[in-house]
Every structure is written in structure tokens, then in C-alpha cells.
Design a protein around this ligand. Structure first.
Ligand code: SF4
Length: 228
């Protein structure tokens, strides 16, 4: 397994590469627009570590003891991003949640994110070409979601031996020492769901990221080193 500090460096590199790629699009999202900030955001335990450290530095760890982070009683198993893609690639129906929890994220304060520097990638990828407050539906450019989903898969792959769940459930589990009960095991990349017409847009993102160097090795080499 890759040492945790290097995993965090790789995650930061991925965030940078994605932000540069996403800057080529013109989105309607603005500060104070928080339609997508719900309890359905998912993440890995690697990202959870970053949030826990940030809350500790800010003397805010007690927030995780609040009612908003009480673990769900009837939690059911879910597909992670990589097991979802794997099911699709094998032509099997993936286990999808019956409904999403669209109540506001507990970190949303006065319509702004209170953990912005360490928000999960699942938050960073949300974007819409049109204001979505009225419709509640985000309009994404062709290929954008495919590229962002591939990076979700990279993060899960890098967190080999970690857990995946909604941010709220995973933090509840990490805070109470029950992370195995509130997160699914992370899985390696089984392949990608990128349509032929999306390759032209997505490949510069993936190839550019894989060529970046982190601690003396390319991102691609670290991905290979993270295979179980
Ligand atoms: S962590 Fe921040 S960006 Fe993500 S859903 Fe919560 S408030 Fe929104």
C-alpha cells in the first residue's frame, strides 16, 4: 500500500489537474449557489482523513458528534464507483440506492462550504452550464462527467484497503471507530465508462495527470503500485 502522506500528495495533484481541465468550461456555478450540497455526496476514507485533520486543526472535531452525523440505522450496502463501473462493464445491473438523501450537507453554513479546502472530489466535480437552483438538474458539457468519473475511480483505486460511502456516513464511522460498518471496501479500477465520442475530451485530462510526477514517480506508476 502507498504511504498515506504520498496518497495525499497524489490526491492534491489530481485536484490540480482536474481544476486546470475544468477551467476550460464556462459554468454557471457561483459562491452561495448550493443546490448540489446534499448528504448524498460520496467519498473515500482517504478524503475523510483530510477532513478529519482539517476539523481537528480548526478545533471543530466536536461537530462530528452532532446529530447530523449519527450513523444511519438501516444502512444497506452500495456499489462504490469502481464496483458500479465493473457491474456495467460485465453487463450486470449495479446495486443503486433506492433514493438519495437530498437534505443539506451538514458542512453547508450560510450557503457556503465550511470545509472548502478539503471538500471531497465528489463536491469538486459538481458543475452546471445553467443555473440549476430552479430545476435541481445540472447541465454538464459532453464528456465532462466521464472525465470526472474516471478521476473518482482513480481516487478510489489509490485508497487501496480503504472505505467508500457517503461523506456523512463515512465520517460518522471514522469518528466512532466503526468505519468498516459504514463504508464499502474500495476496489481497483476495472476499466472505464468513456464513450468513443468522449475520448477526445477526456484523454488529455487522464494522460496529462498520469504524466505528472509525485515524489519521484509518475502518477501512472503510483496507480500501478496501488494495484492490490
Ligand atoms: S462538503 Fe462543502 S461542497 Fe461538499 S456538499 Fe458539503 S457544503 Fe457542499
Amino acid at each position: 500500500m502507498i504511504p498515506r502522506p504520498i496518497q495525499h500528495l497524489l490526491l492534491a495533484t489530481l485536484h490540480d489537474a482536474f481544476a486546470e481541465w475544468a477551467a476550460s468550461f464556462t459554468f454557471a456555478c457561483r459562491r452561495g449557489c448550493a443546490t448540489c450540497c446534499t448528504r448524498s455526496v460520496t467519498m473515500t476514507s482517504l478524503e475523510g482523513d483530510g477532513i478529519m485533520a482539517f476539523l481537528s486543526q480548526e478545533n471543530r472535531s466536536a461537530e462530528l458528534n452532532g446529530a447530523a452525523f449519527f450513523p444511519a440505522v438501516n444502512r444497506t450496502a452500495q456499489c462504490t464507483t469502481n464496483t458500479f463501473v465493473d457491474a456495467h462493464l460485465r453487463g450486470e445491473p449495479p446495486d443503486e440506492p433506492e433514493s438519495w438523501d437530498l437534505r443539506p450537507c451538514p458542512f453547508l453554513k450560510e450557503e457556503s462550504c465550511s470545509i472548502y479546502p478539503v471538500r471531497p472530489f465528489g463536491c469538486r466535480l459538481f458543475a452546471s452550464l445553467d443555473p440549476c437552483a430552479a430545476s435541481g438538474v445540472a447541465e454538464m458539457p459532453p464528456g465532462y462527467l466521464a472525465g470526472a468519473t474516471a478521476l473518482l475511480q482513480y481516487i478510489e483505486h489509490l485508497d487501496n484497503g480503504g472505505r467508500w460511502s457517503t461523506m456523512v456516513e463515512l465520517l460518522a464511522g471514522m469518528n466512532t471507530g466503526q468505519v468498516d460498518a459504514y463504508g464499502e471496501p474500495t476496489a481497483a479500477i476495472p476499466g472505464f465508462l468513456i464513450a468513443p465520442e468522449e475520448h477526445r475530451l477526456v484523454e488529455p485530462l487522464l494522460q496529462g495527470l498520469c504524466a505528472r510526477t509525485v515524489n519521484g514517480q509518475t502518477f501512472a506508476q503510483w496507480l500501478q503500485a496501488s494495484r492490490p
